[in-house]
Design a protein around this ligand. Sequence first.
Ligand SMILES: Cc1ncc(COP(=O)(O)O)c(C=O)c1O
Length: 440
Amino acid sequence: MGKVNIHTEVPGPKSRAMLARREKAVPRGVFNVTPIYAAKCSGSLIEDVDGNTYIDFAGGIGCTNVGHSQPEVIAAATAQLGKFTHTCFHVMQSEPYVALAERLNSLVPGKYEKKTFFANSGAEAVENSIKLARVHTNRPAIICFADAFHGRTLLAMSLTSKVAPYKEGFGPFAPEIYRMPYPYCYRCPYGLEHPACGLACAKALDDFFKRYVEACKVAAIIVEPILGEGGFVVPPLSFFPTLQETCRKNGILLIADEVQCGIGRTGEMFVSSSLGLEADITITAKSLAGGLPLSAITGRAEIMDSAKAGGIGGTFGGNPVACAAALAVLDLLEKNLPRAKAVGHRLQARFAEFKDRFAIVGDARGMGPMAALELVTNRATKEPAKQAVSTLSKFCYEHGLITISAGTYGNIIRTLMPLTIPDDELDEGLDIMAAGLAHC
Ligand SMILES: Cc1ncc(COP(=O)(O)O)c(C=O)c1O
């Protein structure tokens, strides 16, 4: 017998009652992927308020890489809750903050001395990394990428690429932001094919300095080593070394936004090193504290020390409960990376099979358990099949699988399931997805 148990229509009566309350109390701009209300979560399973059980391939948008409600994480957070919840690190310091900074300094890729400080969300980590890059280099400009997502605050939104719904009507945006095409080989912005392209996308940077912004004005390039919201696009292996060489030559810092692709998501703790990227600043959030709000900014000690005392920080940044939970998350992840790799192999094999079986699957890609299917109405024209993704997502949750879409065209399904998911739950979820693809 499987783990999915759907015994009402979806959404069930209790979820529907909550939806009616929500409509009056919460603005419509706060989006929802499903119309379902959660009651209890454990491992890779979610029980809703009507008693239905779902397999979770969304992980609250990639925040539960170690699984929901892991006993070790709950124990660590509860122990800290019993001591104190908040003093503000700027007023009275706490040990979990320092311990987590030490831990990240040793884990984050980069053979140099590092320092770390904490904020609450991915967007805040992005903002802080830019502040530090600017104060350290005394340069104003930032280069970011097409299809990037960096968050919803003003600077982070300005760095984000997709217009609707993230930017539409919310301007004016922050100045001194320049955008390059991302190495999205399935939809090459230069209309070329790898490797015959000669890595035109990475080499475009020299030309960029002639056309758009002087190299000596650029503080940093911020990049997702693998695009998250943009659709789990993995750059060719030589992209980052080439980009990095040009950056180093021009005194430009590299910021790796590992908010979505880090903390074990690809089967490695951080993905930068697997892609030949040694960033100067690396930012993490999402799964870092197992679902509690926490983000980290880790970088070269001399960059991190560029801001004057009081220039960086915040009231809640590095909350002791979140830091204690994060230490337990990192312990668990270190133990579970082999499992994450095994999940990745199983998942990638099934996705390759889906590509062979369903004409609507134009591309199956990703790295390890960070996998995606790009749906197209026609494989030759690659016309994005956005409606099919909506149909698939509805089919999935009605049959007990929670999924999440991605991509500038909204035509990609990505997987953010807990990396601890057992094989039977993974297979059951993938069988539902296969039935959904057949239904599209
Ligand atoms: C790569 C990346 N950076 C930044 C963010 C923003 O994180 P938050 O929503 O916690 O502000 C996200 C969120 O999805 C993300 O995927």
